[in-house]
Design a protein around this ligand. Structure first.
Ligand code: C2E
Ligand code: CA
Ligand code: CA
Length: 278
């Protein structure tokens, strides 16, 4: 038994060492990823649940590295946040999205609103608002076609973010709370911030039909959003049953594999014309 214990300990150390090595490798490779052109963006449709028509797109960054292959943002975004690399990556994403809107606008496509995920760290240097404004001007895009998604982990620094969110809101840029319900003080968050949209976290949608408590929580979030005249978007809808139940609970908007996975920009173009999904 003692031997086993020692072995477990050794394997445990080994796992941690491997993890640290991989994180270091990711960090090193991330430093050159922008200049090497390794990032691209996929767009996931957001739909009106009543008729599956397109109401917007979420931009999701993808990283294809020669050494590591495709690395999930769930793995590299936290490392980018810790190292500060998220500022350059985040700006790259904002620029790429507004350039894409510019391309579509120039080609005569009807535009859909695109939302971009923004990390807390991107508010620190107080340059985010100017950067977004600069890109909107450069690419001649109306601000109502652009939205940011922020998570409740931002709660750490209200004094820092409220003025910046207010500037964006006054500019006409949309503000969406991502993973709503998973943070510590969601209600305070929507009370204090100039928010337009709540996105119900996909973990809540997963238990929608199997768990009564879960169902009641989703119902309550939808009611709060509707009562405050916020747009409520359910994330991670995968089945017809989940869709029916969400409609039943008065949720009007959603996204998930049932409608579409995140797609490359050229795959989105036919959808923009039809403005219809499924
Ligand atoms: P998120 O913002 O909550 O994005 C939703 C994630 O759920 C995406 O994963 C999406 O592909 C996935 N998803 C969508 N529909 C379904 C579904 O029906 N079922 C399931 N199981 N999953 C679904 P992805 O693209 O791997 O992104 C993971 C996270 O990485 C995002 O979570 C977001 O927090 C972060 N992220 C992605 N792009 C960016 C970015 O440009 N900047 C920042 N700061 N974070 C990003
Ligand atoms: Ca998001
Ligand atoms: Ca989310």
């Amino acid at each position: 038994a003692k031997m086993e214990g020692k072995n477990t300990y050794k394997f445990f150390n080994e796992d941690i060492r491997k993890q640290l090595e991989r994180n270091l490798l990711i960090e090193n490779e991330l430093r050159r990823a922008i200049s090497n052109g390794e990032f691209f963006i996929n767009y996931q449709p957001k739909c009106n649940l009543a008729d599956s028509s397109l109401i917007g797109l979420e931009a999701l960054v993808r990283w294809n590295n020669p050494l590591l292959g495709i690395v999930s943002p769930a793995e590299f975004i936290p490392i980018a946040e810790e190292t500060g690399l998220i500022n350059d990556i985040g700006n790259w994403v904002i620029n790429a999205v507004l350039y894409q809107l510019h391309q579509w606008q120039s080609s005569g496509y009807p535009l859909a609103k695109i939302s971009v995920n923004v990390s807390q760290r991107q508010f620190k240097e107080n340059e985010l608002v100017d950067y977004i404004e600069k890109c909107l001007t450069t690419y001649n895009i109306e601000p109502q076609y652009f939205e940011i998604e922020i998570t409740e982990s931002l709660i750490a620094d209200f004094d820092l973010i409220i003025p910046q969110l207010t500037s964006l809101k006054n500019m006409g840029v949309g503000i969406s709370i991502d993973d709503f319900g998973t943070g510590y003080s969601s209600l305070n968050f929507i009370n204090l911030l100039p928010v337009d949209t709540l996105k119900i976290d996909q973990s809540f949608i997963r238990g929608l039909l199997s768990n009564r408590k879960n169902n009641l929580l989703v119902k309550t979030i939808i009611d709060i959003g509707n009562n405050l005249q916020l747009k409520v978007v359910a994330e991670g809808i995968e089945t017809e049953e989940q869709l029916k139940e969400l409609i039943n609970l008065n949720c009007h908007f959603g996204q998930g594999y049932l409608f579409s996975k995140p797609l490359a920009a050229d795959k989105i173009e036919s959808i923009l014309f039809k403005k219809l999904m499924l």
